[in-house]
Design a protein around this ligand. Structure first.
Ligand code: SF4
Length: 213
């Protein structure tokens, strides 16, 4: 069974990488997360300051621990114990970090990145600011097109993220988007990178494993 799942992951992953390249992103397919960590570490110049977008995939990957051990300054507003003011300051600094590492809510098989943010710092940094952007995604994030990507966010990613963040939004009870109107809504900015933004170096690492939501 495992070999058939791997075959399916590989074929979808490789097709998606080719489509991303056509849209001018750098992209590579890594069969396993270990391979992705090695390749990402090679992309990070010595002494560079690393910004981190709120991403369960990035935390799960374990690459931040490796970067910390190498002595990089990590700008992570998700670190426990920070005050709201400190978090805001870190979010601002992430926009001019040397390398910004983030996940993505969906990657389409025609090579687009689909994201919905609450604050917008993550999608802003993906478009312009950092010297280099590294996007990591498991094959579970691969979808046919933008419409399917937005559906995936409403049905899966956003409700699970709400539950993880402990919000009081209605999707934490229903398990699907209810298009809420409250101040705690986390779906405020929908950003689709159809092609690589002109002045930003974006490298997508697609991993042949389930990662994140
Ligand atoms: S719009 Fe509201 S209900 Fe829908 S997923 Fe986002 S936070 Fe949940």
């Amino acid at each position: 069974m495992k070999e058939f799942l791997e075959w399916h992951n590989d074929i979808r992953g490789e097709k998606t990488v080719e489509a991303l390249k056509k849209n001018h992103f750098k992209a590579c397919y890594c069969k396993e997360r270990k391979e992705a960590i090695e390749k990402i570490l090679n992309e990070v110049p010595a002494r560079s300051v690393i910004g981190v977008g709120g991403s369960w995939t990035v935390s799960e990957l374990g690459v931040l621990k490796e970067l910390e051990a190498r002595g990089h300054t990590i700008l992570n507003h998700g670190k426990p114990g920070l005050s709201p003011e400190e978090k805001m300051e870190i979010r601002r600094k992430q926009l001019t970090s040397d390398v910004f590492i983030t996940g993505t809510n969906a990657v389409t098989m025609d090579g687009q990145l689909v994201n919905v943010d609450g604050t917008g710092n993550r999608v802003a940094a993906m478009i312009f600011g950092p010297g280099r952007v590294i996007v990591v995604a498991g094959v579970n994030k691969v979808v046919k097109n933008v419409e399917e990507g937005l559906g995936r966010i409403r049905q899966t990613a956003a409700p699970i993220n709400n539950r993880r963040l402990g919000t009081a939004n209605p999707c934490t009870l229903t398990g699907e988007c209810m298009d809420c109107m409250g101040p705690g809504r986390i779906c405020n900015a929908t950003v689709i990178l159809n092609k690589k933004p002109t002045m930003t170096d974006i490298h997508v690492f697609l991993v042949g494993e389930e990662m994140g939501f």
